[in-house]
Design a protein around this ligand. Sequence first.
Ligand code: MSP
Length: 565
Amino acid sequence: MGRRLSQAPVLRYACTDDSGRSYYITTPIFYVNAAPHIGHVYSAVTADCLHRYKILQGFSSRFATGTDEHGLKIQQAAGTAGKEPLTFCTEVSDRFRHVFKSCAVSYTDFIRTTEDSHWRAVEHFWSTLLNKGWIYKGTYEGWYSTPDESFLTPGQVTDSTDSMGRAIKISTESGHKVEWMKEENYLFRLSGFQDRLREWLQSNPKAIQPEKFYNIVLQWLENDLPDLSVSRQRSRLQWGIPVPGDPEQTVYVWLDALVNYLTVAGYPETHSHWWSVVHHVVGKDILKFHAIYWPAFLLAAELPLPRAIYVHSHWTVQGKKMSKSLGNVVDPVETSQKFTVDGFRYFLLRQGVPDTDCDYDDDKVVKLCNSELADSLGGLLNRCTAPSLNPEQVYSHFCSTSFPKEARGRAVPEDYRMIEAVSGLPALVKEHFENLQVYKALEAISACVRLTNGFIQRHAPWKLNCSDAEDKRWHDTILHVAMECLRIYGILLQPVTPGLADKILCRIGVQPGERSWDHALDFLSKYDRRDCPYEGRKLGPDTGVLFNRIERSKPKGNTPKPGKR
Ligand code: MSP
């Protein structure tokens, strides 16, 4: 269940209903036919970041993830592994839990579609659609891709050849082989929702983010929506939920899977609170299912639509899609061990741009972590807390004569610009988090860390003579300002690098109850002639390095390139 870490002032979050301070975020549920890789972890870490961010803001947040265990390809994968489907699913589902644990993904709910409560929810949802007249029995004839569990129109299919040179048809989007299917099953009247979906998007321009994907969905809605087959004959697919009242049919795996979000919320009995604040994180490959099918199902069931669908692009490796056959799948557990959990999370969220695909490369992780976490942020913490500069080991004192608000004292114009940048940072980070531009938030934090390092470098407190009272006051003021900056960076980084943020805040003596978003809004209070609760406090005892520089792996082959050392 959600946790409430701190209470924000009522006015700031004034709301009209009791759900105004609640938040519910989901990841897609993961197919258990393949081992978890960094792409999956990216979906999960993105959602985790938003969940942690909302908790910092004083929201009661619920974060659901889980595994998608039905369907033909799972049935086939279990068969290939020589295992009973449920045994096979349990094993892979446990691997996902393990991976998420190893990446500090702090979900509150983990759902499996093989659970009884989910079956009940799907049966109820199905019966609701049927009773309201949105499902009818008919004959579906068309292309189907089992790897994508997707029905395709002739326009979404291309000619190709298989490895033996035989002519086949493939899905233009995914490249997976498709087969012609003709069978009697149930169809959902998707065609009846085109206008309502368009209206929903037009009146909610932030419903799908980033904007690029919003526009793609609007474009899709320009074309007619054919009715959607929502069941398969049981003779073809046994590993799934039987259609209520018709044991000859199995519920289509995507309808089954999408309902997971409702199951977690308490559907069909107690969902209304959490359902009214649901937000989905999805990869671009499953946008159509979440932005067209799912809202149409919800409209048909007369349930509220998601508040937002956050869409991200994909990770490639050396420009190629990750796949077992190419042997380029990046294992998240190994990666998080190699670069630490915080290093790995920082890389994913700092380099992951939702609008475009990103390429994974170990060297990039090393470079980024070394420069931004070890050198820049670690260097700043070290400068504020090293016994050589801070022999009293306290949160240093601020002197308003040295750094006055109006006149200049010993501060220079760049210092005032830095204060202004750091004061505005929480608002900027908030805006970027809420638009799923986490990388921009991290870019902004990193730029401020550089400014603070520049500030210390400019005034070189190590050169001041601390036996002179005025110099000592200025020396402490420099450290105080730098520590105040660090406090803000520590608070704002909690959703992304929880371990590192905790290390920073512990070291500078900021207690767990002083780490909410609101605490970041109160920056450098002494500058405004208000008390600073941290001033004079003893520093925390952990004097260890914030982030150890990562040694570069040796390049393969040892012939140096001409002109390079
Ligand atoms: N089971 C469906 C989702 C059902 S949700 C009701 C599914 N599963 S998946 O395991 O294939 O993908 C889960 C998530 O991982 C999706 O958001 C997908 O976009 C994401 N990723 C899978 N490969 C990826 C990359 N290479 N890069 C980034 N994310 C990718 O789809």
